[in-house]
Design a protein around this ligand. Structure first.
Ligand code: IPE
Ligand code: IPE
Ligand code: MG
Length: 243
């Protein structure tokens, strides 16, 4: 299926994805959960490849939440290793495809090797603008709002910001996502109907698409179907329907 970006004005520009279901995909096949995560990385490659054709300029992926530390050490270590391997293996291709990569989330809890790789990839891809890819690692919406509040409080304490000047823009600018437009669409795979602490401030007016398929089964065809469905929705932003 092809999404014709020229004829459809409502194609989402910024798509955020809660990539869920890797573990269940694996265990239902008698495989280790980490095999599911590995298969999930293959789907990330596919989605990144088709975004420009589908008219998507910003892609934000939820890879690891502030709550995911509660999983077994084996799974957490395996995921961190997978993030490192993805960055190392993918840098050349991301450069060739002109993808700019940035990360959101609290990096202080990540190990130095991973932090260094993340920073190097951000710097290496900084001039690319075919697709803006943002990966959320150790990201939690409440944690992000807490850190933003601390940053704003420090500006007030330093005397550079008056409390009466704090508005919605101030808050947006102090979030990890300050460089991003709000997501037009949030997709969650694996049939779960919740947001799990993903972009709470940014997604207040986003469209949501909940798909049954687990993330390792999320093909470009399914992505196209979701985009097509969302393109026909009318977003009113509190106004009344267009006449
Ligand atoms: C999503 O898949 C990836 C991460 C949260 C890291 P899950 O690992 O949550 O898979 P399920 O939901 O247990 O099947
Ligand atoms: C959300 O999935 C986090 C990521 C996709 C990285 P979870 O699997 O952690 O969410 P819950 O626990 O089902 O809400
Ligand atoms: Mg899950």
């Amino acid at each position: 299926m092809v999404v014709d970006k020229k004829s459809n004005l409502n194609t989402p520009l910024h798509v955020a994805v809660i990539m869920d279901g890797n573990g269940r995909w694996a265990t239902s096949r008698g495989l280790q959960r980490l095999i599911g995560h590995r298969r999930g990385v293959d789907r990330v490659r596919d989605v990144v490849r088709v975004c420009p054709d589908y008219g998507v300029k910003y892609l934000t992926l939820f890879a690891f939440s502030t709550e995911n530390w509660k999983r077994s050490e084996e799974e957490v270590v395996g995921l961190m290793r997978l993030f490192k391997r993805y960055i190392q293996a993918e840098a050349t291709k991301l450069m060739a495809d002109k993808v700019r990569v940035r990360f959101i989330g609290d990096r202080t809890r990540l190990d130095k090797d991973l932090r260094d790789l993340m920073l190097a990839l951000e710097q290496q891809t900084a001039e690319n603008d075919h697709l803006h890819m943002t990966v959320a690692i150790n990201y939690g919406g409440r944690d992000e709002l807490k850190r933003a509040t601390q940053a704003i409080a420090r500006q007030v304490q330093a005397g550079t910001l008056d409390p009466s000047e704090i508005d919605e823009v101030t808050i947006s600018q102090n979030l990890d996502t300050s460089f991003l437009p709000d997501p037009d669409l949030v997709i969650r795979t694996s049939g779960e109907f919740r947001t799990s602490n993903f972009l709470p401030w940014q997604s207040t007016y986003s469209e949501y698409a909940f798909v049954q398929e687990e993330w390792p089964d999320f093909t470009p065809g399914i992505f196209a179907r979701v985009l097509e469905d969302v393109s026909s929705r009318e977003r009113r932003f509190g106004r009344v329907a267009a006449q």
